[in-house]
Design a protein around this ligand. Structure first.
Ligand code: GLA
Length: 367
């Protein structure tokens, strides 16, 4: 039930979330925005267009709330959103080389939207689809379930894929994202969320001073088109070593081929422990000016740390803030880029009868 009233009759349920209109899609379908709140005052606003996290207000060390994700004021920005601000990404997060992969002996061709490669699900990925929303708030907190059925052959992918994503805001200031999917034919799937964080508050400058720790001893080196070569390389003695918390900006301009290819950080880190049965710590970011801490926990084997290298001041976002180079960073939990073309990477295949399920938690605190 979605509305301003409470869920009377469901003993342990939290009060239901607020739903408001967020405008229309280009073909005139109504888009909504949902406001999830918890008992400590944290607030997350999510639209069913692209499953996008539009705003996320988290407290600093003095209890002051600021919006810590980049985005647009209205639906118009999201309709053309080339930066993927806050969006759910599917059917396949990150790149597939030459827009091509083989499955069960058959070659599939996908639309290329990143040079010769396919990025984030193709030309019209899940970030541009209207999802069906349902309030599934319960004892864990206010929760929004989003479902989307991707047709067999959509953006070149085989199989009808039914994807379900549940966003839950807990009283421990965690945003849980539970992803699941089923298919009616063998296919590939790799879902993630593309929120850009700035723990000093969105639009408040660059993130180069944030301290970052990534729980990974290895990463997947890429070529100049950001396709993994296939190797899992040690981060030790490279500027990609974040095993100990280090400022994002400390080495970002080092004379390093991987950083040149990425125009900064835009790589997949191989999380220690591989695929986890329960979410474990993948990364921690800390902004000493506000004291805000973001911990990312996930069941996924990888995380794409992207340092906002394509932000160039041409986007004006929420509150009229201009997003310049590296004004936000992403920690996109995922299976590795281009996995369908690398048999040594954890498989992204999904077969009929199987259930795809991953969980990622963004946990906010301060110190
Ligand atoms: C991911 C990719 C980047 C870029 C951003 C969106 O992080 O790896 O190269 O495409 O998404 O701009």
């Amino acid at each position: 039930m979605i509305g301003i009233c409470s869920n009377i009759g469901v003993a342990e349920a939290k009060s239901s979330m607020k739903r408001e209109s967020f405008g229309k899609t280009e073909d005139g379908r109504a888009v909504d925005i949902y406001t999830l709140t918890n008992q400590t005052g944290m607030e997350v606003r999510i639209t069913n267009f692209g499953g996008i996290v539009v705003s996320l207000k988290a407290p600093d060390r003095n209890g002051k709330f600021d919006d810590v994700v980049l985005g647009y004021n209205s639906i118009d920005g999201y309709l053309t959103n080339k930066a993927y601000f806050g969006a759910l990404i599917g059917r396949y997060g990150n790149r597939i080389a030459h827009g091509q992969f083989k499955l069960d002996g058959k070659t599939y061709n996908l639309p290329k939207n990143d040079g010769d490669n396919t990025l984030h699900g193709g030309k019209v990925g899940f970030n541009k689809q209207l999802w069906t929303a349902k309030d599934v708030s319960g004892s864990r907190g206010q929760a929004l379930e989003l479902t989307y059925t991707s047709k067999d052959g959509e953006e070149g992918f085989p199989g009808t894929l039914t994807a379900k994503v549940v966003y839950t805001l807990t009283d421990q200031n965690e945003l849980h994202i539970d992803y699941s999917a089923t298919t009616d034919k063998d296919t590939i799937v790799n879902l993630t969320n593309h929120s850009y964080f700035n723990l000093a508050g969105q639009g408040n400058g660059d993130i180069l001073g944030h301290q970052l720790m990534i729980n990974a001893d290895r990463f997947t080196p890429v070529d100049q088109t950001l396709i993994p070569a296939g190797e899992l390389k040690a981060v030790k003695d490279t500027p990609l070593d974040f095993t100990k918390a280090t400022a994002i900006g400390a080495r970002i301009n080092n004379d390093d081929q991987q950083l040149k290819f990425g125009k900064g950080y835009d790589h997949n880190w191989v999380l220690n422990g591989g695929i986890a049965s329960a979410p474990r710590l993948a990364a921690e970011a800390y902004d000493s000016t506000s004291g805000r801490v973001l911990r990312v926990l996930t069941t996924e084997p990888g995380v794409q740390f992207y340092s906002g290298n394509f932000l160039d001041g041409t986007i004006t976002g929420k509150g009229g803030k201009v997003y310049n180079l590296r004004n936000g960073f992403c920690l996109e939990t995922q299976h590795f880029p281009d996995s369908p073309n690398h048999s040594n990477f954890p498989s992204t295949e999904l077969k009929p009868g199987q259930m795809y399920h991953t969980t990622t938690i963004f946990k906010f605190s301060s110190r």
